[in-house]
Design a binder for this molecule. Sequence first.
Ligand SMILES: Cc1ncc(COP(=O)(O)O)c(C=O)c1O
Length: 362
Amino acid sequence: MASVIGSAIEELDTPALLLDKAAFERNLGRMAGFFAGRRAQLRPHFKNHKCTELAKRQLAAGSAVGITCAKLGEAEVLVEAGIDDVLIANQVMGPAKVDRLAALARRAKVRVAVDHADQVEGIARAAERAGSTVGLLIEVEIGMGRCGVMPGEPALELARCIVGRPGVRFDGLQAYEGHLVAVKDRAERERRVWEAFAPAVATRRAIEAAGMPVAVISGGSTSTYAITGQIDGIEEIQAGTYPTMDWMYRELAPEFEIALSVLARVISRPAADRAVLDVGLKGLGHEFGPPKAKGHLDADMPFHLSEEHCTGRSVPDWPLGSLVELVPSHSCTTCNLYRQIHVHERGRVVDVWPHEGSGRPL
Ligand SMILES: Cc1ncc(COP(=O)(O)O)c(C=O)c1O
């Protein structure tokens, strides 16, 4: 395939995933700047873009200790790319996966979340067979209602299972405030995040008082980093969306700019106020709603998605064949649909980066 580097954006075939280099670099600088000199440091979440080049730039921007990811397959991609400190912020189960995890831990510092003694035992046995040591974070439930043991005695009990067990290393706790990231009112978000983390920090202190050192508590997000990142007892912030952003997160963390868009073409103008674009559900993450048009984020211009169409109403006078940049409601599930991202600067493509971690089921 011919290289598109140097082409004008208008020359790209559609749909194409775009990244505005200047905006994304400002996002990296803004986040790294917040954490400069703080006790808590960044561990950016790879799930946002799944692109190792972008992950390396997040690390190079500073104030970062490693990368977070959601799946073993992503961790393998990161280690393959030379990133040597990776947290899988999730439970890894099943014999084949646990063996892969143990093998990966021979090549890099790998940590994984656990919330049950059976997971600990399975990982420890696999690691003993592989001759490696896997770092474990006990995931503590702080209100999201997803994975995690309850704070206090259940977490202490699990820590006792880990400490001293060959093949695994007790590294601390994970607590994710996912139920609070979309609280619109900033003061309420702040109050509820402090409240949610209090039991996790108390659990840390209890584990330490029982003689088991806790290296980290890892948690946080793009809309809570400035709150969670200031709580005494939290060392790592797993913010994900901030490099690319999307229109949903822009409403929650307006200090970051929307750098990601999907370039689409008007393929039909069946009525004066209606335009149909050549990307649909299969090219736009949409859990938080349909996309918006770049430059018209606040306009009353509703879009409807079907599999391969995006139908806009009350649109401007976009001619047939013209190009429109769409901003998705969810950048993480959008990036996962593409194999590469076109990085552009002043209207020209300056780089094309693969999303090596996208489309990986495991
Ligand atoms: C475990 C975990 N940590 C952190 C995040 C934060 O990511 P973001 O900043 O994109 O909300 C998520 C988001 O899904 C997550 O699942």
